[in-house]
Ligand binder design. Structure first.
Ligand code: SF4
Length: 127
């Protein structure tokens, strides 16, 4: 069970094995990546930076985000979400944004959406 200061919940990461990737699909959003993270993904996929950028990145708000694809069943999904395996296809090199989920600052005060989305999140009894 993972707990972090300032959050009114704890997180059971064993739920990830069976949830079907709820945090990688659904509504459209940004999956921010920085340059070291891009380099790690490039190395993992054995691509050039140019090939990687063309295939997997969009530029938004002066930053880079992973692309998404639209799917009838999933809604929007991260381009690295493997629909058949229902998991991240680059798990070992996924960006910090993914590794730190669900401990995102917006969930410090509002857990309503989070609790619906993530079966690994367990609210503290008095919250
Ligand atoms: S990089 Fe992996 S963990 Fe992050 S949103 Fe995409 S599929 Fe999910």
């Amino acid at each position: 069970m993972i707990r972090e200061d300032g959050y009114k919940f704890c997180f059971d990461s064993s739920a990830c094995a069976s949830c079907g990737g709820a945090c990688c699909i659904g509504e459209s959003g940004y999956i921010w990546v920085n340059y070291p993270e891009i380099e790690a993904m490039v190395e993992h996929l054995k691509l050039s930076i140019e090939e990687f950028a063309k295939t997997y990145l969009i530029r938004a708000k002066n930053r880079y985000s992973l692309k998404e694809y639209k799917d009838e069943e999933l809604g929007y999904a991260c381009i690295f979400f493997d629909k058949s395996k229902r998991m991240c296809s680059i798990y070992e090199v996924r960006p910090k944004q993914c590794r730190t989920f669900p401990f995102w600052s917006q969930f410090k005060s509002d857990t309503k959406e989070l609790i619906k989305e993530c079966p690994g999140v367990i609210l503290d009894e008095n919250s």
